[in-house]
Design a protein around this ligand. Structure first.
Ligand SMILES: Cc1cc2ncn([C@H]3O[C@H](COP(=O)(O)O)[C@@H](O)[C@H]3O)c2cc1C
Ligand SMILES: O=C(O)c1cccnc1
Length: 349
């Protein structure tokens, strides 16, 4: 089946399972709807997984790691060698998200989908980094499609291994530049509005980053109705791969948690390929990058937490795993009104 055919086959979530999940929440001995977004998340997961019995015992984090040719334009604070160093640190428990993952019992899968040098992480490399999109398209159409397919297939492999939920993360110096370029185009906003300092750029660097993105959009004129065109001209292998992970979640019925700005832009790309994919996504936090809220709004998703985080790697998504764990623990083990012999009050509507 072609990529386009696979994406077209995505279906809506199971509304019956969601109804049953809502009934379970309403039977629990606590004020109705009082766990707010936590209740809604569990109900959403029931719909995604086709069952009101919600289990999140096996949790995975996919970290798409890739380099971006655009770093040649001086749009980042650090050099591109940092991508490979941090990517290899994920499994050595030396990266921020590795430490956070331990707390939430999350298994991490760092994937080399396009790092500029050879690495010792999971090898699904499409190419040694993208081209500099200030001068030429970042990648070919074929590479963009392969990167998306890689994301989809990775979800399939994790489903086979029995994972119940997937967090998304990325590592790639320069990927806030690609993300801002895509966000400006897809949201129809000015580049200034959607561009921030990424991993700590100076004011001067920020102005250069804005100019580079503006020039590149004029140079390539990506077709905002065609995500393969967008990704190939101004995208990154990490973003394309994560877009595939979101689509894969919808195909394999696994909830996929959005992380920060880069991950949210990838989710938006997936949503523009098939809007039903949004039904399979869960938000996590609102990144401090200026466009993060805009992207979440475009997806119609409200974050659980606002902690001014802007780290990437999946840190926000993994942080929200602990909230989801608490939600499912109450959902699965809390007494019902009947069990504590209290007549449940009637919902008003
Ligand atoms: C040491 C280090 C570790 C990181 N971990 C995630 N990022 C984050 O920063 C990068 C994006 O920011 P920009 O577009 O400004 O390069 C991505 O790799 C992202 O995951 C890091 C950045 C650095 C420097
Ligand atoms: O929001 C993010 O994920 C982010 C922001 C800045 C740098 N790295 C990641």
């Amino acid at each position: 089946m072609t990529l386009e055919e696979q994406i077209k086959q995505i279906k809506t979530v199971n509304k019956q399972a969601m109804k049953e999940s809502k009934l379970r929440w309403d039977s629990i001995a606590k004020p109705l709807n009082s766990l707010g977004k936590l209740e809604k998340a569990v109900i959403k997961i029931a719909g995604i997984t086709n069952s009101h019995q919600v289990v999140l015992d096996k949790k995975a984090l996919i970290i798409m790691c890739a380099d971006n040719g655009i770093v040649e334009e001086g749009v980042t604070q650090t050099g591109q060698e940092v991508t490979a160093i941090v990517a290899e640190n994920f499994l050595k428990k030396k990266a921020s998200v590795s430490i956070m993952s331990d707390y939430t019992h999350t298994d991490i899968f760092p994937i080399d989908i396009g790092v500029a040098k050879d690495t010792n992480i999971i090898n699904k490399k499409i190419a040694y980094g993208t081209k500099n999109f200030a001068k030429e398209p970042a990648m070919t159409y074929e590479e963009a499609k392969r990167a998306i397919q890689t994301g989809i297939d990775t979800v399939g492999e994790l489903k086979e291994k029995g994972y119940h939920i997937i967090a998304t993360g990325e590592m790639g110096i320069g990927n806030t530049t690609t993300s801002s370029a895509i966000a400006a185009l897809l949201l129809g906003k000015s580049v200034e509005e959607v561009t921030g300092k990424g991993a700590g750029l100076s004011n001067e660097g920020l102005n250069r980053k804005i100019q580079v993105i503006q020039d590149a959009l004029l140079l390539h004129k990506p077709d905002k109705e065609n995500m393969i065109d967008v990704l190939s001209k101004i995208g990154g292998f990490d973003i394309a791969g994560l877009a595939g992970v979101f689509l894969g979640g919808a195909m394999y019925h696994i909830p996929v948690v959005i992380d920060g700005f880069i991950s949210a832009v990838s989710a938006l790309v997936a949503a523009r390929m098939n809007a039903l994919a949004i039904e399979y996504m869960l938000p996590s936090h609102a990144s401090k990058e200026p466009a993060a809220w805009y992207v979440l709004q475009a997806l119609g998703l409200e974050p659980f937490i606002t902690c001014d985080m802007c780290l990437g790697e999946g840190t926000g998504a993994v942080a929200v795993f602990s909230i989801l764990d608490m939600a499912t623990a109450v959902y699965n083990s809390m007494s019902t009104f009947e069990q504590i012999e209290v007549a449940a009050y009637q919902p008003l509507s």
